[in-house]
Design a protein around this ligand. Structure first.
Ligand SMILES: [Zn+2]
Length: 554
């Protein structure tokens, strides 16, 4: 049997079956199958860096106070002044809230132990109609070799609170509290790693209320380190490129990302990372800044971009077929399918003859369905990424319950990062962009197939205004291709839509192995253009590695 493999995204990547996404709301779809989907908000506002997690627009950093020693000294003796304790790079949290304590109280409790750590001035917290200074304080006992020798301190008034890893627990906090804790923890972490001068090894002294370190010998100053990283939404038409790392929760995909290197612009870093991680070239002129997000684990700044990858040209024979169909139909009052279709008496299989419109050629709109074949192939490097592949906008929208129309998912596990992450916002914003006006055909699923081997038909759905879309329908319960056609016709008739048959064949679908093979023909309707069918199936089964076609068999 001659089989053509259609645009496999990658080979050899088997998908895991379960996902456990900590901290995200999960819903279950598709009764009886193990599908977990992380839902996305119904409406996603335009990207706004300040609304992303770990940044807080309402917080006043009051940077001018960092060198105002008199003001700082007054603030530290003010009973209203607050402090965020940080121990072993962990933040103090109780019942999903940040624990913020009076500074004077914490100081007195620590003074009793004969040791006073240096507070880091963070800024001013709004408290009613006035502002309170807030500091971060490293309460790790630096006299001990490691935190393993030490148990976390307990503060009066904060019994039951826990020092937690913010990277893990941050998404469970409010955005503003997570931002404040991350800011304080980041500065403490930086100071911990900047104890000695890089030039002469002399001890560093804290200056500027904790925002700078100065060498006690040569006097050179250093400031908190920030690592710029690019994160990019790479698209090709209606497809988006997403990848996954091996250590992520099963089935989770996200935007590609990576650190900028010395001597690079952000735009250059976008192009290099996409090429390195997925083997895909983005169009340099398409790279656009979108938004940024502090990612203080320990010191990244995620700089979000959108970029486009160049599509591969259509196979020449398809271009020729489509353009000849278009020119033939020019004189036919906009009925672009007239040249390639005709009414035919067909044998229903049970001896009765029914009339059905059978069209065999391609019309220009059909090439849209073939976009899946034009995508540049993703080849993940296997070092940073375990998998990288293209996802169609409609599939993502359906999988995230933003619109109806997703076919049965057959146990596929898929998830995106939580709403706290810029990646989710980049993807969500792109999903919200709709290029086309809605029409009645939106309510009709493009693909309805089952697991197993069955007869299928390729159909074209049209409305009176020339809007159309192709449908793939098949069922193990259909004895004849015409049964599938009739059932679909009953579905679309009440909507005033027309249905044409473009041919039939068989589909062998092994959901467990994520394999689909399209082959064979229909006595009643002739042979469908299986490449078209496969392109449509590729769109709706993005996590399948192998969708093949063959013109042979029955
Ligand atoms: Zn020095």
């Amino acid at each position: 049997m001659l089989a053509n493999t259609l645009a496999p995204a990658t080979t050899g990547c088997m998908l895991p079956r379960w996902e456990n996404t900590r901290g995200d709301k999960l819903t279950t779809r598709a009764g009886g199958t193990a599908v977990t989907i992380v839902p996305i908000a119904d409406s996603i506002p335009a990207l706004d860096s300040e609304e992303l997690f770990y940044s807080d627009r309402g917080f006043d950093r009051a940077a001018e106070r960092r060198t105002d020693t008199e003001w700082l000294s007054n603030a530290l003796s003010d009973p209203a002044t607050k402090v965020l304790p940080v121990w072993d790079r962990k933040s103090l949290v109780k019942d999903g809230r940040a624990v913020i304590l009076p500074y004077t109280q914490v100081l007195s409790e620590f003074s009793q132990e004969g040791w006073t750590p240096e507070p880091i001035f963070l800024g001013l917290l709004k408290e009613g109609d006035h502002q309170e200074a807030v500091f971060a304080l490293d309460v790790t006992d630096s006299r001990k070799e490691s935190s393993a020798e030490e148990s976390p301190p307990v503060f009066s008034g904060a019994e039951g609170a826990e020092f937690v890893d913010l990277r893990r627990e941050g998404p469970n906090l409010s955005a503003s509290e997570a931002a404040l804790l991350a800011y304080g923890r980041g500065l403490v972490d930086w100071q911990t790693r900047t104890r000695f001068c890089g030039k002469d090894g002399a001890p560093m002294l804290v200056t500027e209320a904790g925002h700078a370190m100065k060498c006690s010998s040569c006097g050179s100053s250093v400031y908190p380190r920030l690592d710029p990283a690019v994160i990019m939404l790479v698209t090709c038409g209606d497809y988006v490129l997403l990848g996954r790392q091996k250590r992520w929760a099963k089935g989770r995909y996200s935007c590609l990302a990576g650190f900028a290197e010395l001597g690079e612009t952000m735009e250059m870093a976008v192009g290099r990372e996409v090429l390195e991680e997925a083997g895909i070239r983005v169009l340099p002129s398409s790279v656009r800044y979108a938004a940024s997000q502090p990612w203080p684990f320990p010191s990244s700044l995620m700089i979000g971009f959108t970029a486009e990858a160049a599509a591969k040209p259509f196979p020449p024979e398809l271009e020729t077929l489509a353009s000849s169909s278009a020119s033939e139909s020019d004189g036919r009052a906009g009925d672009s399918s007239a040249s390639t279709s005709g009414s035919t008496e067909v044998d229903r299989g049970d001896g009765r003859m029914v009339r059905a419109t059978v069209a065999r050629g391609l019309v220009p709109g059909d090439l849209e369905s073939l976009t899946g074949m034009r995508l540049p192939e993703a080849e993940c490097d296997q070092k940073e990424l375990e998998d990288a592949r293209w996802f169609h906008r409609d599939w993502l929208r359906s999988a995230l319950s933003l619109q109806p129309g997703a076919p049965e998912l057959f146990g596929t596990v898929f998830g995106l990062p939580g709403k706290y992450a810029i990646a989710r916002r980049l993807i969500g914003d792109w999903l919200e962009q709709r290029r086309e006006r809605p029409w009645a055909g939106d309510a009709i699923k493009q693909v309805e197939i089952e697991n197993g081997t069955f007869k299928y038909v390729l159909l074209r759905l049209r409305d009176a205004f020339g809007r159309s879309k192709l449908l793939v329908r098949g069922s193990v319960h259909a004895s004849y291709h015409n049964d599938v056609y009739e059932r679909t016709a009953r579905e679309v008739r009440p909507l005033g839509l027309q249905l044409e048959v473009l041919g039939g064949g068989r589909i062998e679908h092994l959901a467990e192995s994520k394999l689909i093979h399209v082959y064979g023909f229909s006595y009643a309707f002739g042979q469908a253009k299986h490449e078209l069918t496969a392109a449509i199936l590729q769109r709706w089964f993005p996590l399948y590695d192998t969708i093949t076609t063959s013109d042979e068999g029955y």
